[in-house]
Every structure is written in C-alpha cells, then in structure tokens.
Write a protein that binds this ligand. Sequence first.
Ligand code: C5P
Length: 306
Amino acid sequence: MDKISVKAPAKVNLTLEITDLLPNGYHRLDTIFQALELADILELEKAGSTSLDITDGVGSGFKVEAGADNLVLRAHSLMERETGQSLNCRFSLHKRIPAGGGLGGGSADAAAALKGLNELYQLGLPYENLHRMAASLGADVAFGLLGGTARGTGRGEILEAVPSPAFLERLTVILLAPEFGLSTPLVYKAWDALPETKRRPARGCSQRLAGLLAAPPNGNQNIIPEFCSCLANDLYPAAESLAPSLSECQRALEEFGAQKVLLCGSGSTLFALREAGRAEEGAGSSEAAEKLRRFGKVFFTKFSLK
Ligand code: C5P
C-alpha cells in the first residue's frame, strides 16, 4: 500500500463554555464537539521527499499556505521525531472546509495526517500516542482523531465520546462563512475584556446537552426544540464585539428559517440548524438563499454521526 486517502471532517461546537483561565494563559473549556459531513480530503503517497500541495475546492478566498508551518507538515515532522524514522510523503490536500472560520479545518487536516501516516507506514502507534501528538499541535486536533460527538475539557483536548442519537440526522446544518475571518487569540482576548455579565451565556449547557444526548426522551416530538435550547457559545459576544456585522448574519439566517444560529468555535463562520425535509435545493435557489449569500459563502451539510 503506497497511497491512501483520509477524510478530515469539519467540526462545530454545539456548546462552548469558558469555565476558567489556565496557568498557561489558555482558557479552560467545557465544550461539545460535533463532526460534520463536510470534509477535506488528504491523500498521502510514499515518495522520495516530502511535499504538500493544496487545491482549493471552495474558492473560500481565505489563503491556506503550504509552508512549513502548515499543520499537515507540522504533524508530519512530529511523527518523524516521535518514530525516529524518515516518513517521506507526498501530501495532496483537497480543501472543502472554508479556512479561518472556526470549523477546525486545519486541525482536522493535522489529525488526518497523523492517522494517515500511522496507516501508510504501518507504524502501529496506539491512540494514546496519536492523541498526545495531536494535543501538542492545537487544542482542536485531538477531536479530529475521534470524530462523531465528544465532550472536550481542559483546552478542549481532554475528550470523552458522547452518544450521537439518531434524531441528529433530522437536522440540516447551514454554514454561513462571512468575507472576514476572526483570529482565535484575538477573540479569546476580547472575551477577557468583556464585562462579567456578558461572559457566560452558555453556563451549564454542556452538562444539559450531554444528559440529553445520553438519554433522549422516547418518542418526544419536541426533542429538536429541546436540543436547540441546550446550544450556546460563550465566545459569541466576544466575536461580535470585534465584528458587529455578525449580528446581521445571524438575523439573515433566522429569516432563512433557522431554528438555531450559533458561532462555530471562535468564528467567524456561523452555523444554523433546521429540521430536514424542507427541500434544500429549492431553498438554495430561492430569493431567501440569494439574500443569505449577500452575507458570505453558504454551505449545506449534516452532522456526521459515529
Ligand atoms: O490551540 P490553538 O492553536 O487552536 O489556539 C490558538 C490560540 O487561541 C491560543 O494561542 C490561545 O490564545 C487561544 N486559545 C485559548 N484557549 C483555548 C483555545 C485557544 O486561549 N482553549
């Protein structure tokens, strides 16, 4: 086997609570990650030297550089150091996830590189080793190894799988990626500067949602509204303080018929949920969808369940 292909799914945070500051300046989180069907594809091929080329499948406008600080190449260097072996690889990355928007695309690519190299070179590294390397590359990379639904604490890298009940399949996920990106460290800094009263709209949501996902009430017609009522992100007021036009994007999604609108991670992408069944294609060509596209790029996807 000289060539393999690995899927690198985008993620959203169904909940994101900041519970504390860590001694290293990071923010302690309690968050529930959910993988999406929207995914980058990373191809790995054994080669005489290591290279990375990137094809932009979204025309996102955001630049993803193939330089040495790209997370795929950093994951590759880390793997070589860990194993003490030369693991020459030609990486071809097909980007479908808009970059810089809080959808964890770069993190998913790094996780795919770790998993892919382990498989391509039959290294047999256990999950614990991959997890340690992933966590050292970034707070969200560890979730990229796991997928499905998971609760993250610490910086988001201490993970516990959470059940993905079937009702999640009934939801269509609409992503709205505005023209502007937001820098993750700046959004966390803006959160530090918020008055205490605006800091924790999501308090208690992760615990409530984990309970609902573990034991969804039987035959409950109202499960989707109940699910939606558990979703919140403490970083939204911080992101909005940096980019006030986020509130217009949010309104546009509500007018489009979304039952819930949330910020993806630290933004700038918003995600909205709507019960599937209303024909997306129809909506996509409608006046409402055209209006939505004035605010940014629009993608329709689903949750990816384990
Ligand atoms: O780990 P990652 O590279 O995704 O984080 C980027 C930056 O976001 C960090 O340097 C830090 O400033 C901020 N951050 C944080 N707390 C987290 C995650 C990220 O303060 N839990």
